[in-house]
Design a protein around this ligand. Structure first.
Ligand code: MCN
Length: 791
């Protein structure tokens, strides 16, 4: 694939079109799973473990069973024949990866606070929740394993049958000797340890589902708040032993996922199993505290990173060892999350020698899995902090050191030492643009003036220059990583007899504005109004297959499939027009909904006429099938590699430790831009989540393994008032790996921002001897760091 410019002419791509989705979302017309009115539905509620690690001695459900409104109460033993196998993990990263059997309800032992112990089925939500209280469970408590390094020592083993807490060791060490040699010859080295705290995704809409059995025929419709209706359908079929043809999954409007709804959850399996057993609709919506306990967490790593550099600061090697917290069980893609970062610990730098290893370990905590950026924020944080540490050690500016090490633009497509091929980039130009906007000199002067005046409000500037791999695909590369699904995407474009257009996509948007973007792609190509285009998605009965939405893949893979299907349908329309005009298709040019003979514009044939002709099929070219419709399944040849410079300017109060974000500038490059308004919204959202990781959020546990941050009063999700207005700009290096020349943007903000903030805080405090601080940089932690500096 060598396309470097989008083949667009319609003037729609690149415009700030308002999102088509918003009027119905803002007026409440859009329906979420919990809004659906399903007569006769029963409700389920789960009794969850209140201890982190314990054997279940007994469960007494008798009182619950006789509670008002209760239809049934089930434990593992009651349902063990209702599923065909354990909960799925679709990413066995190594052949010998250890994966404990994980069932929707605990089998004799609980492994984290929140683990499901029993399920009540009742005729109202309140009756189900009340009956939960009546279940008596006797536990024999075991020592909880909470710390990653304690876990590795195996002093207490969580899953006895595995005989170890280590799930896997995954290594990417293309040439160990060369790495060792680079470190022996290095003039400068840094050796850093960073902690990636656990985060709670906290989507605004909690998880919610309704399973409706058909009155006859054994079919089920599963309405669920998911990012992956297609993958979920396959997984539910396999886990429950139900023919895939009998399951239809519909994701109605979904109020955010951020990776947490890229999963198969116990409640989905339980609801379907119980609906099958009782032949009744079953519904469930999680409480906010259940969301904190029983929806996956993100991050959770201890990162050791070392850099070797020559006298000039040219980095010659990077060596990384990670301990990754799997939590109590492996969810759908838990083990693979660190691998999504494994190839990026050299960042945007031309580092010839690379060594990465990751040990995935179990703890008695909520399972982890993909959270916005999944692996790539971790990698970016480590390399961008380590480069700053090296610059401090060498006494050169962090900006200058980055310039000395950038992959030069002439080197693209760039074969990285980690084994990827970076598609395109011009990092120096992007940094130049950011610096021209930032105007750093007055900020540095003010910073120094405040230090000289002995001010307690000090300033710092932090830079993070990120690159990520997204647009998850190609299938063959995902196969080499043992990922259990493809990376392609499917699209159908139909021009209907009335010349309205239907687009069917396999992507599953949950806040990303696909209905708008996909309409724009088709409108641009066909020269029609985006309002005449309807996008159908997130229903497995409408789109037979798709690979869903995650990994900032939807535009570069799904959008490209739509673009190609539109070209294909236009070719068919062109053939119809040529037949009607009795000319060769090559003699026709197309613009704004009409084919015309080149040089004779009066000889014209509208697209609308072709659409109607394809419907009546009265006079089609010989052998042509009726209907104006085309389908494409697109599997790109490579990932895409968006990048950008992010600058944070912070003011730190040295007396209270409070950090105030004064400015935040992001200059992103996501290749060609379909809708700048949506792009900016995506960057804003990502930035808020990344900055929240740096400053506010942490899933904290006590020594017994209780989650201390299980409400939004304790878990500090910031709001708009915590942020300055973000300054955004961009550069454009089209990706040569897809026909639109686009790269993903959905995760960029969350990937880039944490190191920008922490580097800025360290910059503000370095004159006090501070060279390290962990996230979140809460006022208390900053204050303690200042007071411990130099001790
Ligand atoms: N876009 C564009 N031009 C580009 C790149 C993107 O106009 N060059 C537009 C796309 O057309 C699309 C949107 O930006 O409308 C995001 O596209 P893309 O980067 O392909 O990402 P996905 O659509 O695959 O979304 C997934 C990504 C991920 S992985 C997480 S996590 C995330 C995110 O999107 N979760 C979100 N954004 C979110 N936004 C909301 N509101 N809620 C979430 O849960």
């Amino acid at each position: 694939m060598t396309v470097t410019e989008p083949k667009t002419s319609g003037g729609v791509i690149g415009t700030r079109m308002l999102r088509k989705e918003d009027p119905s979302l803002l007026t409440g017309e859009s329906k979420f799973s919990d809004d659906l009115v399903i007569p006769g539905a029963l409700y389920i509620a789960l009794l969850r473990a209140t201890v982190a690690h314990a054997r279940i001695v007994s469960i007494d459900t008798s009182a619950a069973k006789s509670s008002a409104g209760v239809v049934a109460v089930y434990t593992y033993d009651d349902l063990k024949d209702d599923w065909a196998g354990p909960m799925p993990c679709a990413w066995p990263v190594t052949a010998d990866m250890k994966n404990p059997a994980h069932f929707p309800l605990a089998n004799g032992k609980v492994n984290y606070v929140g683990d499901g112990v029993a399920v009540v089925v009742a005729n109202s939500k309140t009756a189900a929740i009340d009956a939960i209280e009546a279940i008596e469970v006797e536990y024999e408590e075991l020592t909880p394993v909470l710390d990653l390094e304690d876990s590795v020592s195996d002093s207490t083993v969580i899953h006895q049958d595995l005989a170890t807490n280590s799930s896997y060791l995954w290594e990417l060490i293309p040439n160990k000797d060369a790495v060792d040699e680079a470190f022996s010859n290095a003039v400068h080295t840094v050796e850093e340890r960073y902690i990636q705290q656990r985060l709670i995704p906290a989507a605004m809409e909690p998880r919610s589902l309704v399973v409706v059995p058909a009155p006859f025929g054994g079919d089920f419709t599963v309405y669920t708040s998911t990012q992956i209706p297609h993958i979920l359908k396959v997984m539910l079929a396999l886990t429950l032993g139900i023919s895939e043809t009998k399951i239809r999954v519909i994701a109605p409007s979904v109020g955010g996922g951020f990776g947490s709804k890229l999963n198969v959850y116990a409640e989905e399996v339980l609801a379907l199993a119980i609906a099958r057993k009782l032949r009744k609709p079953i519904r469930w919506t999680e409480e906010r505290t259940e969301n904190a306990l029983a929806t996956i967490h993100g991050r959770g790593q201890v990162q050791d990173i070392e850099l070797a550099a020559d006298a000039n600061g040219k980095i010659t090697a990077v060596r990384v060892n990670i301990l990754a917290d799997m939590g109590a069980y492996l969810q759908l893609v838990t083990p693979g999350v660190p691998l999504l970062g494994a190839f990026l610990y050299h960042g945007v730098y031309d580092i010839p020698n690379y060594s990465f290893s990751c040990t995935g370990v179990f703890t008695n905590k909520t399972p982890t899995d993909a959270y916005r950026g999944a692996g790539r924020p971790e990698a970016t944080y480590a390399i961008e902090r380590a480069v700053d540490a090296l610059a401090r050690k060498m006494g050169v500016s962090a900006i200058e050191l980055r310039r000395r090490n950038f992959i030069p633009k002439e080197a693209f497509p760039y074969p990285s030492a980690a084994g990827l091929t970076f598609d395109s980039g011009d990092y120096a130009a992007n940094l130049d643009k950011a610096l021209s906007i930032l105007d750093i000199e007055p900020i540095l002067a003010e910073k120094q003036a405040r230090i000289d005046a002995g001010s307690t409000k000090v300033l710092g500037v932090g830079l993070s220059f990120f690159v990520e791999m997204c647009g998850l695909a190609p299938s063959r590369v995902l196969a080499s990583l043992n990922y259990g699904a493809g990376g392609w995407e499917a699209a159908t474009v139909r021009i209907l007899p009335t010349s309205k257009v239907q687009v069917v996509t396999g992507t599953a948007p949950h806040g990303q504005g696909h209905e708008t973007s996909w309409s724009m792609i088709v409108a641009d190509k066909l020269g029609i109004s985006p309002d005449d285009i309807e996008v159908l998605h997130s229903d497995t009965a409408i789109a037979p297959y798709g690979m869903d939405t995650y990994g900032s893949r939807s535009l570069s893979v799904g959008g490209s499939a739509i673009h190609l299907a539109t070209e294909k349908v236009l070719d068919k329309a062109r053939a119809i027009a040529a037949h009607q005009l009795e000319v060769s298709a090559d003699d026709l040019e197309y613009s704004n909904g009409t084919f015309a003979v080149k040089g004779s514009p009066e000889k014209a044939y509208p697209l609308a006429a072709a659409a109607f002709e394809a419907f009546t099929a009265h006079n089609l070219p010989d052998g042509m099938e009726p209907n104006l419709e085309a389908s494409v399944t697109w599997d790109p040849p490579n990932f895409t590699f968006p990048y950008g410079s992010h600058f944070a300017v912070v003011e730190v109060d040295t007396e209270t430790g409070k950090v105030e974000l004064v400015r935040y500038l992001a200059v992103d490059d996501c290749g060609n831009r379909i809708n700048p308004l949506i792009i900016e919204g995506q960057i804003h959202g990502g930035l808020v989540q990344g900055i929240a990781q740096a400053l506010y959020e942490e899933a904290s546990y006590d020594a017994a393994g209780n989650l201390l941050t299980s409400t939004l009063a304790d878990y500090l999700v910031p709001s708009a008032t915590e942020f300055p207005f973000f300054e955004l700009d961009h550069t454009v290096t089209p990706s040569p790996t897809n026909p639109l020349g686009v790269k993903g943007i959905g995760e960029a903000g969350a990937i880039a921002s944490p190191p920008a903030i922490i580097n800025a805080i360290i910059d503000a405090l370095s004159h006090l001897g501070v060279s390290h601080i962990d996230m979140p940089a809460s006022p208390q932690r900053v204050w303690e760091t200042i007071n411990n500096a130099g001790k």
